[in-house]
Structures are given as C-alpha cells and as structure tokens.
Design a protein around this ligand. Structure first.
Ligand code: MEV
Length: 437
C-alpha cells in the first residue's frame, strides 16, 4: 500500500486515523484504540486540543508534578513542572527545601530586551544606505503604529532600530536590527509583524529615494525575530555560610563546598561536562517553561547560544567560596510570556499560572531561573557525594516495576526491599521472580 497521500490535512480526524491504521498498523484496531483512549471525554476540551496544531490524532500526556517549598525573594512558591524524567521533580523539591532554611533564592532581572532582524541585500554604497536609513527611520515607527498601539499603551514597543553592515561576511548583506520591549508577552507575533512592516517600508521608500533608485533594488531575504536574547536576562542565586551547610556522605561541610565549587569550575572549562551540567539545569527550566505554556525550543536555543558567548560552550552557573560563604548563581536569557499564546487557552497552563500567583513575565523569568539553579544544585550535590545513580534508580524503580507489569502488592514489597538494595532492571526482575516462585 502506498504511503503517499495528498489532501491529508483536509480529511476528518476519523479519516486520518483510518488511513494511518490501514497504512502503518495492518488495520490493527488496538492501534486505533491506543489513540482514542487518550481522547478527552469532554468534547469541547478535546476540540481545543485538536485545534492547537494541524493533523491532531490524539493527546500526548506528560506528567504535571509540583515542587513545593521554594522561597524566592522571601516569597513561598510551589512550582508546576511538566517532565517525564522520574527524578527531576523530587530533586527540585529537595533542593527547594534545603535552601528554604538557608535564606532562600534571590533573583535579579538584568534586562528585558527582545530582538528582531530584517536581513537584506543592497549592492550600492554603504554611505548612501546609512543616510537613507537615518532619514526614513521615523517611518518605521509611523508605519507600525497600528501594530504597536496596544503594546505602547502597556509601556512597551519598539525601542531601537539600527542598520548593521555585514558586507565583510556576505557581499551586500545588511540587517535592520530592531530591539523591542514586549512587557508580559513573549512577543513573537508582535515582533514578526513589526519586522514584516519594516521590510515593506524599506522597499517602498528605497523605490522613492533619488539616490537608491539608481541602484539595484534592495532584496529582502527574510524578516524574523531572534531567539538569541542576551539582554533579556535573569540571575538567580543562593548563598549561605559554609557552617550552615550539611556535612554529606563522609565529607565535612567545607570539603563539600570545595568539591561543589570544583565541579562547577570543571563545567566552566570542559565542554563535554558543560553540556551535561547545563542539561541538568534545563531539566528544571524546561519543566516550568512547559507547565506555563511557553516555547521551550526558543528558550533552549537562546540559553545554549548564551552558554557559548565566550566562544566556547561553558557552564551557565557559577560557584565560589567568598570568605566564609558558598555562593552559587545562574544567569540565563529567557524570552517568555505570561499573556497570549497557550497561557490563555490551555486549562492546565492557566492552573499552573494560578498556582504561581499569576506572575508577570519578569516574575516568571525569576521563577524559571530558580528552577534551573535548584536542579543544578540537586544534581551537583548528588554527583560530588553519593553519585547520581542512587537517587535516579530509586525514582526509576516504579518505571521498571510498571514495565514488568508488577501488581500493587508487588510494587509495595519492591519499594520496601529496594530501600536498602541497589536498583537495576535485572535486580527488580529477579526480586519479582523470587517473590512469585
Ligand atoms: C540528568 O538528567 C541530569 C544530570 O546528568 C545533570 C548533571 O550531570 O549535572 C544529572
């Protein structure tokens, strides 16, 4: 049977599923049942989910967990986290509790600037282009007034537009580099709409300009926001006297602090370690970004680019011992929103926002950065003491038991038994076999 199909998106959901089952599952009705069993019985809610994207055939569940006891700038939060990795929420909750009795997390917003660019080719003299852009700059603002009206009323809008000469890298290549403040929205649609208007204004005005008319016409290559936002920045930190730390797994308090700082230094200079170190940070960040309906791909791309800002991929967090104190901090760019997008649509996103006390975008940036720092602390604390597997495998135990179809009684017995025994797939398998022998 051919696997090519035209007009797929025009088919009804049922027709799409029929085609998938016939083409890829040999007509197996169990495969259809798997999809339909995840449909929501509330038709309106299901329709909402169907319409988020094209060709929806079912819903893909991820757990929504919560991590309580976060003290952020002296305020108590319970963080919503959407993630499939078994140990992440537990680690966040443990780190939150740890720091809740040591002064909590402190945060600072270092900037809120978003960026967009019109990329274009101009073959004439740079000098002429420079004075032309200076001359027409007010028109970029004027022509986008319809788009920026509401944003301006909220205190945001276009904050600057400049011409960037990139001709030394690509012949004739220039950018209109624009900066924006999008207040509480992520602002992707707002920025892209402004940029597309800038490109129209640019071409129109170039056609009317006496100097530029004589040149080859400007060619717009593309107009798009940038997910690299190094000036939309938040810092989260914790600090406490070494004396207030816990002695861990055979390490004294100061041995622990020194080993902890050394681990962060390694991630600063060693890219292989830095990537894994930052992956652990992203465990916390992505989980809250997802729960609050934000674009985790944009956040990921921007943060990893920031980790490379020195020319080498490095740790996003920093640790040091200053006097008698352990200081640990994280600085990341975060372009997120608390209005628009999924935030007004997805019932669980609305719920998560309410759980967080309906934060504005700056407050959510702070909360997300804290989630990253807490996760990093949890991972490093395990890595430099007992090792990561102890906690990981404990949390993974339920997944293994589910894979082996263990009953509730078997699970209870296994959870008890593996409190003092190392968890592995084969150890759990043997335990169940022996139990039933
Ligand atoms: C696992 O998801 C994350 C860690 O590997 C992070 C780290 O190594 O720092 C534990």
């Amino acid at each position: 049977m051919s696997k090519n199909i035209s007009g797929f998106s025009k088919k009804s959901k049922e027709e799409k599923i029929e085609w998938l089952i016939a083409t890829y599952f040999e007509g197996n009705l169990q495969a259809k049942e798997t999809l339909t069993s995840y449909w929501n019985t509330d038709q309106k809610l299901q329709q909402l989910h169907d319409e988020f994207i094209e060709n929806t055939v079912s819903n893909f569940y991820l757990p929504l967990g919560v991590a309580p006891n976060f003290i952020i700038n002296n305020k108590n939060y319970t963080l919503p986290m959407v993630i499939e990795e078994s140990s992440v929420v537990a680690a966040a909750a443990k780190a939150a509790k740890y720091w809740s009795t040591r002064g909590g997390f402190k945060t600072t917003i270092l900037g809120q600037e978003k960026i967009g660019q019109v990329h274009f080719i101009f073959k004439g003299e740079t000098k002429k282009l420079n004075s032309f852009i200076d001359e027409i700059k007010p028109m970029f603002f004027e022509d986008t007034k319809g788009i920026t009206k509401n944003m301006s009323a909220r205190g945001g809008g276009i904050t600057s537009i400049s011409l960037v000469d990139k001709t030394s890298e690509i012949k004739g290549y220039y950018q209109l580099h624009a900066c924006f403040n999008t207040i509480d929205s992520m602002g992707a649609n707002f920025i892209n709409s402004c940029l597309e208007q800038f490109s129209k204004t640019l071409v129109r005005e170039a056609g009317l300009n006496e100097d530029l008319k004589k040149e080859e016409p400007i060619e717009i290559i593309m107009s798009i926001l940038s997910n690299y936002v190094p000036n939309c920045l938040v810092k989260a930190e914790v600090r406490c006297p070494i004396e207030a730390l816990e002695s861990e797994d055979g390490l004294t308090k100061s041995q622990f602090a020194e080993k902890f700082v050394r681990a962060v230094e390694i991630a600063r200079i060693e890219p292989h370690r830095a990537v894994t170190h930052n992956k652990g940070i992203m465990n916390g960040i992505d989980a809250v970004v997802l729960a609050t309906g934000n674009d985790f791909r944009a956040v990921e791309a921007g943060i990893h680019a920031y980790a490379c800002k020195s020319g080498q991929y490095r740790s996003l967090s920093q640790a040091s011992i200053k006097g008698e104190e352990l200081c640990f901090s994280l600085e990341i760019p975060l372009a997120i929103g608390t209005v628009g997008g999924l935030t007004n649509l997805h019932p669980l996103v609305k719920w998560s926002m309410q759980l967080l006390g309906s934060p504005n975008a700056m407050q959510l940036m702070e909360i997300i950065a804290v989630a990253g720092l807490a996760q990093n602390f949890g991972a490093l604390r395990s890595l430099v003491t007992s090792g990561i597997q102890k906690g990981h495998m404990k949390m993974h135990l339920l997944n293994i038991l589910n894979q082996l179809n263990a009953s509730s009684l078997e699970k209870e017995a296994a959870l008890n038994y593996f409190k003092t025994t190392a968890v592995s797939y084969s150890a759990v398998n043997d335990f169940l076999k022996n139990k039933n022998a």
